[in-house]
Write a protein that binds this ligand. Sequence first.
Ligand code: ACO
Length: 332
Amino acid sequence: MVYAAFRSIGAYVPQKTLTNEDLTRMVDTSDEWITKRTGIKERHIATDDEFTSDLGLKAAQKALERSGIAKEDIDMVVCATISPDYFCMPSTATIIATKLGIKNATAFDISAACTGFVYILSIAKAFIESGMKKNVLIIGAEKLSAITDYSDRGTCILFGDGAGAAVISATENKEEAIIDVHTSADGEYADLLMTPNGGSGSAHDALDKEAAGCFMQMKGNETFKVAVRTLTQDVKDILETNNITSESIKHFVPHQANYRIIKAVGDALKMQPEQVVLTVAKYGNTSGASIPMAINDIYEEGRLEAGDLMLLDAFGGGLTWGSALVLFSPLQ
Ligand code: ACO
């Protein structure tokens, strides 16, 4: 039997920061409101000539180096993004693979918004367990500043840019394998979070970005309530299905959208503060990149050790949601 193991992590954040104070000069808001309602203090913003693939590339380079697996042995590259370099094609994954010098591997993007990393983790796991692939590079990369309306105070205070990546590889040792990944979606809630124009559903005259239709629009308060309810249930389910208690979790790594959502779900699961990984204050919501960026933070702080059990959970546009029970199993 072949299993999938989580071997390494890497991340990259652009240098420039956008603080709450900066935002008060752009929209009618305050540091106090943003901090109280979201927990966010600042986010990182890519430069005009820095694309999503550039962020993803730097994160992927770190993850590859740390994996001990040669780039020649990577047979699939998957990128989760809602802010790809190009609308439709080529995929951001193919651009990153080529810049890394990975040739002839399968490469594609997926769109699951903030749940993107959990989705690509499940894809890597499934391909490896089926025997179709051996070493899969997964990347969550976002330049959300490119699809953010900086005149809408309800959304522009939330989002930031960044990327995170991981290498998942085959193992015969069940003791080091990813335990479980859940993914779900419900299009009934599609209108809570969307970029309404720019796709095949748009009239040609609405394709102009000036019409702001390519920017993210969100019914924040409704999304908040569905997020807390859905995530709490999903995380309880994955723990119960696998007969694992919340005390056994070393690191609870939730999607970093809003401190209040994380706190509500963490409290419902009786997580202790030291179990909960929090990066929302410094990065804001980086959608599909937020979970691997948070894992990278605890790795670089020396808090993530071989054998540690992580519980991941995420929620985003679609609506999509998912959770995962993952052991950190580096080869080196
Ligand atoms: N500064 C000051 N006031 C503001 C701001 C702002 N930046 N934004 C909104 N307000 C005002 C509103 O206009 C409203 O005023 P009113 O009462 O006079 O009408 C008031 O603050 C309350 O607004 P709410 O939207 O109810 O505020 P809420 O407490 O819900 O916080 C937030 C808004 C932060 C967006 C929250 O709803 C949230 O985090 N939602 C979930 C986001 C999420 O998880 N999305 C999924 C992932 S994202 C993805 O997939 C890409």
